[in-house]
Design a protein around this ligand. Structure first.
Ligand SMILES: Cc1cc2nc3c(=O)[nH]c(=O)nc-3n(C[C@H](O)[C@H](O)[C@H](O)COP(=O)(O)O)c2cc1C
Length: 186
């Protein structure tokens, strides 16, 4: 089973990229997590799409997600919502609309996130839900994972050093993989 994980930050010391790397460490046997990023994706511009089509980097990410069994988004929170950079990447990936079924529809999606504040991306995770609904995805709601106080949870090298969070991440990954394996409800 293959999961593509995308962290929604370009920052070299990103807590969310660190959380995605920790998710890879905690990915259960029998599943692989491919680490992806939003790097190289331009700002969405309908004129560019009309004249030049889908940018190569966007097409590459779309193909990776389409070939995987599931998607894991690791979201930062900006101003109590989804960072524009991350939303922009997913918006590009929903073009053209005719390709949404290939890339998104029915695809299991997991959602986790980290922030230095106390609430650990609660509001940005909520803000993703209408996007999943619009795209007809299959979100996993079995466990919530909000990583707050990220400055203490990760060390200076971006390693997850909080044992309680690591255990919750392990449980999250196990539950998500079981959900993917279970297939859609009939
Ligand atoms: C424009 C902006 C708005 C932010 N708003 C929030 C917020 O609403 N809630 C929050 O918990 N953190 C907020 N932060 C702090 C981010 O959580 C913090 O910068 C975090 O490190 C971003 O994720 P990253 O480490 O993966 O880059 C904001 C940061 C920026 C740059």
């Amino acid at each position: 089973m293959r999961i593509v994980g995308i962290a929604g930050s370009l920052r070299s010391g990103s807590y969310n990229a660190a959380l995605l790397r920790a998710a890879l460490e905690e990915c259960p046997a029998g599943a692989t997590l491919e680490i992806e990023s939003i790097r190289g994706i331009p700002l969405y511009d309908g004129d560019v799409e009309k004249a030049q089509g889908i940018p190569a980097r966007v097409a590459e990410l779309k193909d990776k997600v389409a070939a995987a069994d599931a998607l894991l988004l690791v979201t930062p929170e900006y101003n109590n919502s989804i960072p524009g950079t991350f939303k922009n990447a997913i918006d590009w990936m929903t073009r053209p609309v005719a390709d949404i079924p290939r890339v998104f529809t029915g695809r299991p999606v997991g959602l986790i996130g980290a922030s230095p504040g106390n609430f650990g991306t609660v509001l940005s995770q909520s803000a993703w839900l209408p996007v999943f609904r619009t795209l007809g995805m299959r979100p996993w709601f079995g466990q919530l994972l909000y990583v707050g106080s990220a400055g203490k949870v990760f060390d200076a090298g971006g390693k997850l050093v909080d044992d309680a969070i690591r255990q919750r991440l392990r449980k999250y990954m196990a539950g998500f993989v079981a959900f993917i394996n279970s297939g859609p409800a009939s």
